[in-house]
Design a protein around this ligand. Sequence first.
Ligand code: FAD
Length: 546
Amino acid sequence: KPQNERQRMPVVPQGIERDDFMKALAELRKQLGAEHVEINDKPLRDGWYMEHPNTHDMMTILDEEEFVASAIVYPASTKEVQQIVQWANKHHIPIFPISMGRNLGYGGAAPRVRGSVTLDLGKRMNKILDVSAEDYTCLVEPGVSFYALYEALKQRGLEEHMWIDTPDLGGGSVIGNTVDRGVGYTPYGDHWACHSGLEVVLPTGEVIRTGMGALPGNNTWQAFPYGFGPYSDGIFSQSNFGIVTKMGMTLMPNPGGYESFMYTFPNEEDLSSLIDIIRPLRISNILENVAQVRHVTQAIAARGLPRSTFYPDGAGTIPSSIIHAAAAQTPVGDHTWAYYGMSYGPPHIRAHKLALVDAEFRRIPGARRIDPATLPPDEYFWARDRVARGVPDIHELRWVNWRPNGAHVAFSPVSPIRGRDAMRLFALGKRLHERYGIDFFPAFCVGLREMHLIVEIVFDRADGESKRAALACLRDLVDDAAREGYGEYRTHLVLMDQVAGTYGWNDGALMKFNERLKDALDPNGILAPGRCGIWPRRYRGRGWEM
Ligand code: FAD
């Protein structure tokens, strides 16, 4: 056989003999059908975004064998998910659920514990179970992507009636993105806040429905998220307490018009006044979506050309003179920051809001409004325009080409919408990127009362030195930011223990609480051990943390 067709020796979960593991898999094959249990014994292939692997992280920052599955199983129903969970408990095998596995920048499809069995929920559980044009809601299974939901509205003739909200890339799962508390860019961009109702298989195999879903015969599961009693949904996001098999999502009524706009600002120091100007506009909803303030370096990278085009020498961080020369070819021109936003509603309502924004933004000397009519169809602005009206897209992938074999991991601290915080985080990021010779891609994504600074570190995944520098830089970013009081909203598998450790107030009281929940809900510690830094009892203190 040619080299790339040869089989690899599959890993097995630690603590289990290979023969016992193979026997356990044979048992599962009998239950689910042989074709729905796949051993991971082929060479690991990275593919690309739309044909991504479910065996490992295609953008790995470690050795790709580090976070790798032993096998992948494909349940077709909640009942089969329950069967798999019971099987895992019987054999003490770690399992790791993914909806679609496109969690790139945060670990892709990889499990945290090497040799876990991955539950690829999305392949067979991919139905849109309900769309309500009256309530503006839907009920989906894990395999429903943003693209699929968008197409389904079109097929039902509803795309003019209501909008979905999509992250920058549309190929992810509505459930996967939401349980990881991902974001999109319409006014419904806080996906977790916009979901309503979960169906969850617990680590011991029972199934529950949250909120109104617990009331037999209800017709409000997707309309009222809380139901009665403790609001339990929260413990099923960014955790390892359950497997979500159904989720309700709210959809946005067509606002009756929309208009994207873009401003640029000349100097790095303008960030401070700009953020202070944005805060009251955003909190009062004059700025209506999770808008982005992006640095010019990323605007250049978003064109999809590798950095070697601009900087053939390539040593260290790309000099700002080169960035500014390259920026002359983009709408950002000789400026440093670009603001991308969208105004919603009929023209007279937009005109009022846009006039307020214009007057405020022009308080920054040299602020420039870019006329969209001057921008060619392939310009990045139009990708932002599509995403801000809920049309799935993949243009955003282009900046990953900045490096050969481009991969990335995100650093994403949360801060108030204040100029001085933005400047502190910007200075911190810049200093550490310069220390490690990495180009700095900061984008401030402004929520309602806070903002996430999203810094994408792009590295060459075929180059050990590039990976080591990226990881060292990320580790310093997390620690230095925490020392100044900033914590991440979400993180990559490799940083989960470190980030969880920064949330250590009162002698780690929150993690102790999470561990008590984990031990109560998952006594055998089979579900996604280590995810978000939560280790079950039988793994704790045994050197799994990194
Ligand atoms: P999955 O990989 O299926 O799930 C994510 C994680 O959640 C899993 O690892 C698993 O631990 C857990 N999980 C998934 N399903 C379940 C379940 N049913 N039950 C329990 N746990 C579960 N993300 C954003 O949020 N916003 C962006 O704007 C954005 N832009 C990006 C731009 C680029 C260029 C790239 C490469 C990535 C970007 N991402 C963004 C990150 C990522 O692509 C998306 O968040 C994506 O939607 C996540 O992948 P997924 O939906 O396939 O989730």
